[in-house]
Design a protein around this ligand. Structure first.
Ligand SMILES: O=C(O)CCC(=O)C(=O)O
Ligand SMILES: [Fe+2]
Length: 342
């Protein structure tokens, strides 16, 4: 297997996109979403309605989001601002969600409406019970865990993977995540980081790059799977490289819940990878009415530590998992719901 040479070009691609809705558009989309039903009642009908509503975005912004979803050379992360919010919000659920007593579904409409411009929201039974709208909330028992329940620790650079009996966790996983903020943390210090592989690669020495492109690594299954299904034991993938694909359009994959390197040199390359991610990452402090479109193949994301109080006013994000197409993951589709997978 030949290793592509390091990019020598000094031309850096644009890896962060910024999208800000005009106030009038925010308000008209907000009015349409405020009367929309709970999307769980009829998800495909709701997705069709969200398409109509989000089609009213200014053409420039609509194309920017569509291009984010469909092209290889577009940014790995999109920061969307000035989105509508629910007039009233219940307390942040203490147990990781889902929230009860939500009167309107504006946040859900924003999350799924943006998701629908990128692909199809999907669920996995082992991640948040197969829900399509995930609540990302600090949970007391998971404060130091490398999962979305964590708070007091730096959540290492990772992409969202799913356990798969085929031995690869980076194949049927989401192409995109959308993260949308309902509440910021009390101090406003939690930042979501995104390191685009195109930027990361430029910060690596050639020996590290070569090691990361070699199949010397096993990904541990997601924390939710290890905790809920495997009784806390590691469940490792087949041997995989961390970085793959063409030089100009690399794909990168890393488990938050631990990567096992086969050699000490490969182990050092993993440390170097995390450092290169920290050096090159875009940093966003998500606030209500803001969302991140995350390409889950072009780059890795992370979260800085914050203090949770478990008082009903903690940080609350909603998250979706999005596939461009469900066709290639139909082997794990459940009988009950065509968007939910084993
Ligand atoms: O809390 C964040 O900002 C990111 C959490 C995360 O990695 C995720 O929900 O997949
Ligand atoms: Fe994540």
């Amino acid at each position: 297997m030949s290793t592509p040479t390091l990019q020598t070009s000094t031309h850096a691609p644009q890896t962060l996109g910024r999208i800000e809705l005009p106030d009038a558009v925010r308000d008209s989309i907000g009015q349409a979403l405020a009367v929309a039903p709970d999307p769980d009642l009829d998800i495909d009908r709701s997705m069709a309605r969200y398409h109509q509503i989000f089609a009213t975005l200014p053409l420039e912004l609509l194309q920017q989001i569509l291009d984010f979803g469909r092209h290889s050379d577009t940014p790995g992360v999109g920061y969307v601002r000035n989105l509508p919010v629910d007039a009233e919000l219940p307390a942040t659920p203490a147990n990781g969600g889902p929230a009860t007593g939500k009167k309107t579904f504006v946040a859900e409409g924003v999350l799924l409406g943006l998701s629908g411009l990128l692909g199809e929201p999907v669920g996995f039974l082992t991640e948040k019970n197969g829900q399509l709208v995930h609540d990302v909330i600090p949970v007391a028992g998971g404060a130091t865990s490398q999962t979305n329940q964590g708070s007091t620790v730096f959540l290492n650079f990772h992409n969202d993977i799913v356990h798969d009996a085929i031995g690869r966790y980076d194949v049927s996983n989401p192409d995109f995540l959308v993260l949308s903020c309902l509440r910021a943390d009390h101090e406003g210090v939690a930042a979501t980081h995104y390191a685009d592989a195109r930027d990361v690669v430029r910060a690596l020495d050639s020996r590290t790059y070569e090691l990361l492109r070699s199949p010397l690594f096993r990904l541990n299954a997601p924390g939710s799977y290890v905790r809920d299904v495997a009784g806390g034991r590691e469940v490792l993938s087949d041997l995989v490289p961390m970085i793959s694909g063409p030089e100009h359009f690399p794909e990168i994959s890393a488990s938050a819940n631990g990567v096992r390197a086969m050699t000490t040199a490969a182990e050092a390359a993993l440390d170097r990878l995390q450092a290169a991610c920290r050096e090159t990452a875009h940093q966003v402090y998500l606030r209500p009415g803001e969302a991140l479109l995350i390409n889950n193949r072009k780059g890795l994301h992370a979260r800085t530590p914050f203090t949770a109080r478990y008082d009903g006013a903690d940080r609350w994000l909603q998250r979706s998992y999005v596939r461009r197409s469900q066709w290639s993951i139909r082997y794990r589709q459940t009988e009950d719901n065509r968007r939910v997978h084993y």
